[in-house]
Design a protein around this ligand. Sequence first.
Ligand SMILES: Nc1nc2c(c(=O)[nH]1)N=C([C@H](O)[C@H](O)COP(=O)(O)OP(=O)(O)OP(=O)(O)O)CN2
Length: 156
Amino acid sequence: MPRFRVCKTFTVESGHMLSKHPDRCRFPHGHTRKVEVIVSSERLDENDMVIDFKALKLAVADYIERYDHAMAINSEDPLLPEILRVHPTSAIVFEGVDPTTEVIAKDLYDHVACILRDGFAGSSSTGIPYTIHANAVSLERVRVWETPSSWAEYGD
Ligand SMILES: Nc1nc2c(c(=O)[nH]1)N=C([C@H](O)[C@H](O)COP(=O)(O)OP(=O)(O)OP(=O)(O)O)CN2
C-alpha cells in the first residue's frame, strides 16, 4: 500500500569514542551529524499533512540537541572517569556498547517512537499550539549521517 512520507532533518555537532575500534576512532573525535527523522502515514490529516514539520521539530529537537557538543561514550571506556572528572555534564554514556552511528540511530529511534506512540502537545516560540495525536503517524526510520559519505539508520 503506498504511503505518504515526510522527513525532518536536524544537525548536531557531536562527539563520540569507539572503544572497540582498532584504529583512530577510539580517540575522542566529533562529527557534524545530520539526523533525519522519517515519518509516514496512509492518509493526510485535516491540514493535508502527514505531520506538521514544526510539530515534529518541537517534539524531538530537545532530545537530539542532547548530543550537541557532547561526547557519546561506552560506560566501559577507560577514559570515561577522566572525562566525567573534567566535564561532568559533557558525556552521554551508553551501557556496555560503543556509541557507533548505528547505536545512536537506535537511541534516537526509540525516543521518537515513544513520543509518536504517546502523543505530544507543545507550542512554538510565538505561542501557537502544536499537537501530535497518539499513534497518528508511524516512525519509519531514523538516519544519522556520520560524515558526508557515511550514514547508519534504524527502523523498518
Ligand atoms: N559502521 C560504522 N563504522 C564506523 C563508525 C560507525 O559509527 N559505524 N565510526 C567510525 C569513526 O567514528 C570514524 O570517525 C568515521 O570513519 P570513516 O567513515 O571511515 O571516516 P572518514 O572521514 O575517514 O571516511 P573516508 O571516506 O575514508 O574519508 C568508523 N567506522
